[in-house]
Design a protein around this ligand. Structure first.
Ligand code: FE2
Ligand code: FE2
Length: 326
């Protein structure tokens, strides 16, 4: 299996992490204080965190897999997580109105201003390709971060979440896994298909979305937030996938590009119901004290997706690329 290369550092934290991983697992003098003071949404912290999390997924070329549980590196990661999590909590309104926050996601404004609206209404092919590149950071590991939560759920909530994951993982068929459909999409668009091939050009605003999933998935204390995030993603995917289908048909894209989104139009309409009723409903009956955590997961998803969309659309409206130039 071809593993990704360690990315180019974007500052002190990501440089220290990359430098350490080039050697054998050992203790280092990590810049814990710098991690506490770093810009929570900045390029350096988000990349360093992403690299630390990747050790739990496929890892990197020539990096010893035992780094995954290295206590010193975990200490640094923990300091970065604290910084990131505090900023997420700061950036949302909180509360315990789970129906209210989920219903708000269902309201489709006629004059929506998201990325998929932009692409549907007049986006150009280079912009579609940029969007594919951004999202590859997640879709190469689609549904993996959510699998961490399975042992932390019980009963109907667990059974229903696994049913959704079963679809994400292709219903038992490797070629139907959504991560594989995304590889096919990249190939159909003439882009590179390698796992994390585009990590160096993905901005912090994209990495933050994926880091949030890993953060929520890897901490049992954040299992409510992971479920909230998952529900929010499933609710918003079907309508945005519908708009992507329109954009891609208008631009006469390869059928493999369209298939990824048509698959999500149908699947996520069902997933949305299952996540709301069977996963969140059952979880909060069992553990009502998790309500605020679920709400937080929904709101944090909204916050980071909005930040990402604002950055991408800001660049496109100024006729600039939205990807980092490597
Ligand atoms: Fe999916
Ligand atoms: Fe889904």
């Amino acid at each position: 299996m071809k593993l990704p290369q360690l990315p180019e550092p974007r500052g002190e934290l990501s440089a220290v992490v990359a430098e350490a991983l080039r050697g054998e697992p050992a203790d280092h003098d990590y810049p814990i204080e710098a991690a506490r003071l770093a810009d929570p949404f900045g390029e350096d912290l988000q990349l360093a965190l992403h690299v630390c999390y990747e050790l739990h997924y496929r890892g990197f070329d020539s990096v010893n897999p035992d780094w995954e549980w290295n206590p010193g590196l975990l200490r640094l990661r923990s300091a970065m997580e604290d910084t990131f999590l505090a900023a997420l909590r700061d950036g949302v309104s909180g509360g315990d109105d789970i129906s209210g926050v989920l219903d708000a996601l269902l309201v489709e404004p006629v004059d929506g201003t998201g990325i998929s609206h932009y692409l549907r209404d007049g986006g150009e092919w280079w912009q579609v390709c940029e969007y594919f590149v951004h999202r590859s950071i997640y879709h190469h590991k689609e549904a993996d971060p959510h699998a961490w939560v399975i042992p932390r759920l019980q009963g109907q909530a667990k059974a229903a979440l696994v049913a959704v994951e079963f679809d994400e993982f292709g219903g038992g068929r490797g070629e139907r896994m959504h991560s594989q459909l995304y590889v096919d999409l990249l190939a159909g668009a003439g882009l590179e298909t390698g796992y994390l091939h585009y990590l160096d050009v993905a901005p912090a605003s994209m990495l933050a979305v994926v880091n949030m999933m890993s953060l929520f998935g890897l901490h049992r204390s954040l299992r409510g937030a992971l479920v909230g995030h998952f529900a929010a993603a499933e609710i918003t995917t079907a309508p945005s996938a519908q708009r992507m289908v329109k954009a891609l048909r208008r631009l006469e894209a390869d059928p493999a590009c369209v298939l990824f989104f048509t698959e999500h139009v149908e699947a996520d309409a069902v997933h949305e119901q299952v996540m709301r009723r069977d996963v969140i409903g059952d979880l909060l009956t069992r553990e009502p004290e998790l309500t605020e955590s679920v709400v937080f997961g929904v709101q944090a998803t909204d916050l980071l997706e909005d930040r990402f969309a604002a950055e991408v659309l800001g660049a496109w409206r100024a006729n600039r690329p939205s990807l980092r130039q490597s």
